[in-house]
Design a protein around this ligand. Sequence first.
Ligand SMILES: O=C(O)CCC(=O)C(=O)O
Ligand SMILES: [Fe+2]
Length: 199
Amino acid sequence: MIDGLQYLPNYLSRDAQEELVDIVRKQLNNNPFYTPRMPRSAQPFSVKMTNLGTLGWVSDISGYRYEKIHPETQKTWPSIPRALMSIWEALAQYPNPPEACLVNYYDVNAKMGLHTDSDEQDIKAPVISISLGDSARFRIGGLSRKDPTKSFKINSGDIIILGGAARMAFHGIDRIYGGSSTLLKNGGRLNLTLRRVNK
Ligand SMILES: O=C(O)CCC(=O)C(=O)O
Ligand SMILES: [Fe+2]
């Protein structure tokens, strides 16, 4: 596996997962998931997205970028809750706090193609990714799209850290294992990624 990728299986207990889902759901109140679209083609993503933080990652016909407001409600994103800040403080080994928490929701048919997280100025900071709900097949490659990739199954409560040499590695979600978790009332998978954007 590429150096700098840290996989922390079962980092969150079931109780901690339930608590986190509750906290995030409350914080997302009036900050709905929307359907992002591919730059240029405007093809819809299968993953629904929203954000917490002073900045949020958005994608539409004009491109990928960070914005201070929700693309549909035009309201600022709710703040990143303390429970998530604490996870960052425990794991990031980085002095500055995250500015964005991208919240991804995958229904059973959703997936995310191989990509790099490259819209952040500060690539010395890691990206911390928290999985909640249904299991998924995570794919990780190298720094070039052509590099060989490996995949493994990730489960609710697992955390992946993309740091160091793995910060700019290609990664994606091949598939969701529908019905594999009872954590989310309506099924599916919630993924939270904590990101530092500005240096
Ligand atoms: O859902 C995941 O585990 C990965 C999400 C991801 O790579 C992203 O939002 O950039
Ligand atoms: Fe990513």
